[in-house]
Design a protein around this ligand. Structure first.
Ligand SMILES: [Zn+2]
Ligand SMILES: [Zn+2]
Length: 243
C-alpha cells in the first residue's frame, strides 16, 4: 500500500515542483496558465483561437488550397492555373497574427503546443476525414540532427495515442545527390529532399497528408504524387496554417 501511494504521489509532487520552479504563462498574452495545463495557452486565448477556426470553416474557401476567397470563384487565382498532385488542402487556420506567433513559438521549441495543435487537428479529421489514415510529411534531410525533434511527428504521435486516429509513416525524405556537384538551384532542391515511399509501406486508397504550414504546396504535391504512384487515388491534405 505504501508503495502504491508513493507511486501516485510522486508525479503530483514532481508537477508541483515544476510549477513552482517554472510557472507557465500564455504564449500569446502572457497571462498565467494553470500549472497542470497541458499546453501553454490561457483559456480565453484557446477559446478565441477555436472560434477563429470555426469562423474560417464557414468562410468561402478555394476548393484546392483552402485559402479564403474574396469572391465566389471556387478556386483562388493561383489554383486556377497551377496543377497539384493532391486533391485538396484544408488549413486549420490562416497564418496571421496569433497563429503566426503560435507556430513560431512551436517551431522555436515550445513543444507542448503540439497538444493544442493535435486537439484542433483531431477535431477537423473527425469532422471532414473521418476514418481515413493520416500520413505525416517527412522532415527534411538533416532536420532531426539539427533541431533534435520533428514538429509534424510530435503532433501526429498525439493523434494516434490520444485520439485513436490511424497514422501511417508511409513516406521518407532522403537527400538527393552529393552537394558539391550541384549548382545553387539544385542545392536548394537537394535540401528539400526527395520524397519516396517508405520500404514495405502499404498505401491506403484515400490517405490524408499532414504538414505544419502550407506555403507553395510543392512539398504536399510531391508527397501526394508519391502516394498516387503507390495505391492512393485520392489524397487530401490538412495543415495547421496556410501562409
Ligand atoms: Zn492568453
Ligand atoms: Zn487555391
Amino acid at each position: 500500500m505504501v508503495g502504491m501511494a508513493t507511486r501516485t504521489m510522486l508525479p503530483r509532487l514532481a508537477r508541483l515542483a515544476v510549477s513552482v520552479l517554472l510557472p507557465q504563462s500564455c504564449v500569446l498574452c502572457g497571462a498565467g496558465v494553470a500549472a497542470d495545463a497541458v499546453w501553454p495557452l490561457c483559456l480565453p486565448c484557446s477559446i478565441r483561437l477555436r472560434a477563429e477556426r470555426a469562423a474560417d470553416a464557414r468562410r468561402e474557401r478555394c476548393a484546392i488550397c483552402g485559402k479564403p476567397l474574396i469572391s465566389r470563384h471556387g478556386r483562388c487565382t493561383r489554383c486556377r492555373t497551377a496543377s497539384y498532385d493532391f486533391d485538396s488542402v484544408y488549413p486549420l487556420f490562416r497564418y496571421a497574427d496569433d497563429i503566426r506567433s503560435l507556430v513560431l513559438a512551436y517551431k522555436g521549441g515550445r513543444r507542448s503546443l503540439s497538444g493544442f495543435f493535435a486537439e484542433e487537428l483531431a477535431a477537423v479529421v473527425a469532422g471532414r476525414f473521418s476514418g481515413r489514415v493520416v500520413i505525416p510529411v517527412p522532415p527534411r534531410p538533416g532536420k532531426l540532427r539539427r533541431t533534435g525533434w520533428d514538429q509534424v511527428e510530435a503532433i501526429v504521435s498525439i493523434l494516434e495515442r490520444k485520439y485513436d486516429i490511424v497514422v501511417l509513416r508511409a513516406l521518407v525524405r532522403t537527400a538527393g545527390s552529393e552537394q558539391k556537384v550541384l549548382n545553387l538551384e539544385e542545392r536548394a532542391a537537394n535540401m528539400r529532399g526527395t520524397i519516396r515511399l517508405a520500404p514495405r509501406a502499404v498505401v491506403p486508397v484515400d490517405p490524408v497528408l499532414f504538414d505544419d504550414v502550407l506555403t507553395t504546396g510543392a512539398t504536399l504535391s510531391a508527397c501526394a504524387g508519391c502516394l498516387k504512384s503507390g495505391s492512393a487515388n485520392r489524397v487530401d491534405a490538412v495543415t495547421i496554417a496556410a501562409d
